[in-house]
Design a binder for this molecule. Structure first.
Ligand SMILES: [Zn+2]
Length: 337
């Protein structure tokens, strides 16, 4: 067995905090991902796909022209990932639907102490809130809208399965734009003040979530490729900047195709990551990229295949988030006195 990258990470000073701090400590773990569609998800808010006009690349010559890009808004990324994590918490008895461990998503009955509540945050009217420690921002397709979607018409059938009722044929066909497979959305997910277990929980959710999009029938398969992991003392570049740098790289290397080739995109992301991170005024404490990042993802994937390891991780994490919640409460009542 090759040397464990996770062990190396854990042993590096100033990477993980021993417990979740009450005030921000200026430590950030960044996951640099490429999110790839593998079927036909629908990312829309009011009936049409979310699209925005932005500059194609960062290079003013020759990529300054404006193109339309698909947008994957934050909640369309973080909600499915939260739900994946909560499902696991329920599976291993950390939270439940009722009783002492009850935690109800998006309601006033958030438990305010489980790993999901503490890491991803909650807001309950004027009863209090916990800021999310997981930062996600809107992501943009590398390829233009025109190359990234397809409109499918569908027949609005009557219940008995035909278009005809009482001798009259229904004229209304519906049409819906879908994102096509192999559209790539580079996306940086950041965890503020990471503990070892919190880091593995958030990463697990990124690796284990494979369905995104609007509710019910509008979802589609997606996979998250881990291109880099970097720990530093501040936030880093935006998703748009990364998409534009990747566009420049793919054009420069003359590897543009429709759809884009996965390997070309992953290489572009890795190269662009190195270019952009070199321009950031941050001090790094640990960094993995390219094939090492892929090896690291495989190492964590293997850990999650072991139910006993997962149960132990979640128990340790849940004890830490509950302690954090208790400490917060104690601090608040001290201040209130
Ligand atoms: Zn909770």
């Amino acid at each position: 067995m090759a040397e464990s990258l996770l062990a190396a990470m854990k042993e590096t000073p100033d990477v993980f905090l021993p417990e979740i701090p009450q005030v921000p400590q200026g430590r950030y773990a960044h996951f640099v991902l490429v999110r790839e569609t593998e079927s036909f998800p629908v990312f829309q808010t009011d009936g049409s796909l979310n699209v925005i006009r932005v500059q194609a690349g960062l290079d003013l010559v020759p990529n300054a022209r404006v193109i339309s890009r698909l947008v994957l808004f934050k909640r369309k990324q973080s909600s499915p990932e939260r739900l994946t994590g909560r499902e696991l918490l329920r599976r291993y008895g950390i939270i439940s639907d009722s009783g002492e461990l009850a935690c109800e998503y998006n309601s006033e009955r958030f438990c305010k102490r489980c790993p999901d509540c503490i890491l991803y945050g909650y807001a309950i009217g004027n009863e209090g809130a916990e800021k999310s420690k997981v930062y996600v921002d809107s992501a943009f397709s590398v390829s233009p809208y025109e190359e990234s979607h397809k409109a499918f018409s569908f027949n609005a059938l009557y219940e008995h399965g035909t278009m005809t009722k009482g001798g009259e044929t229904r004229a209304s066909f519906g049409e819906q734009d879908h994102v096509v497979p192999q559209v790539f959305f580079p996306s940086v997910v950041t965890l503020r003040d990471p503990t070892y277990e919190g880091f593995l929980y958030v990463l697990g959710n990124l690796l284990r979530t494979d369905r995104y999009g609007a509710q019910d029938t509008r979802t589609g398969k997606m996979t998250n490729h881990l291109v880099a992991v970097v720990f530093g003392d501040a936030e880093i570049f935006s998703n748009l900047r990364l998409a534009q740098a990747m566009y420049d790289y793919i054009q420069e290397e003359d590897r543009w195709s429709e759809p884009l080739e996965r390997q070309a995109v992953l290489e572009a992301c890795c190269e662009s990551y190195h270019t952009l991170i070199a321009q950031e005024p941050i001090a790094k404490t640990f960094e993995l990229s390219g094939s090492l990042a892929a090896d690291f993802a495989a190492e964590v994937t293997a850990l999650y295949q072991d139910a006993r390891w997962t149960a132990e991780l979640l128990r340790t994490l849940a004890a830490a988030t509950a302690k954090y919640a208790d400490d917060c409460k104690a601090a608040t009542s001290r201040r209130g006195r």
